[in-house]
Ligand binder design. Structure first.
Ligand code: HEC
Length: 179
């Protein structure tokens, strides 16, 4: 009989404790919704909202490069090529380095320099390095040819890419026509 009372008291005490701690918890930790009201969308640098980025293909959005080539600066193009020269040689018969030699690059078939181990991505991309293809590739190499081994972020300025491409054009036995 005594034990039953004691047991009853203990159970009651535990129940009360559980009840109070639950109420306390509810008072101290009201449930906030998971989604807080002050979430702020910070746009990524240089991009607008995601939806507009999807809607506009940055490569399709590039204008015709030909008019830019007419007024491009060979001198600035040569300067910009310093960014490439750790990985590319530019002279006729020059060795392949981390990247393939650039002699005769304009209108050369993609991934066709002998003795260079290209990525499957570039081999499968296909086509020739026309002015327009070079322009797109140099904008964002890794975005234009997903899976390329060329580890270079790209040149944002339209005029810089035109200058560089005009200079690359000069690296040929017979430079490609400019019209
Ligand atoms: C960090 C090294 C690196 C830098 C810097 C670099 N490239 Fe490349 N480039 C590569 C590699 C590696 C490849 C081969 C890519 C592949 O196989 O996917 C390549 C491929 C190319 C191709 C295609 C060649 C072909 O035969 O199809 C062109 C054109 C090119 N680079 C031009 C440039 C220019 C111009 C610059 C400077 C603005 C530059 N690269 C900067 C490493 C580099």
């Amino acid at each position: 009989m005594e034990t039953n009372k004691i047991l009853g008291a203990v159970i009651l005490a535990l129940l009360l404790l559980a009840l109070f701690s639950k109420t306390g918890e509810m008072l101290v930790h009201p449930d906030f919704p998971d989604e807080t009201a002050y979430k702020i969308d910070v746009p990524e640098e240089g991009s607008q909202s995601e939806s507009s980025e999807e809607a506009v293909d940055p490569f399709e959005a590039l204008g015709d490069i030909m008019p830019l080539l007419q007024t491009a600066s060979l001198e600035n193009g040569e300067k910009l090529s310093k960014k490439c020269s750790t990985c590319h040689s530019f002279n006729s018969g020059g060795a392949n380095k981390a990247g393939p030699n650039m002699w005769n690059i304009v209108n050369r078939k993609k991934a066709s320099k002998d003795g260079f181990a290209y990525s499957a991505a570039l081999v499968e991309f296909g086509g020739k390095w026309t002015y327009s293809e070079l322009n797109k590739f140099f904008l964002k190499p890794k975005k234009y040819i997903k899976g390329t081994k060329m580890n270079f972020n790209g040149l944002k300025k339209d005029s810089d890419r035109a200058d560089l491409i005009l200079w690359l054009r000069s690296l040929a036995d017979n430079p490609a026509p400019l019209n």
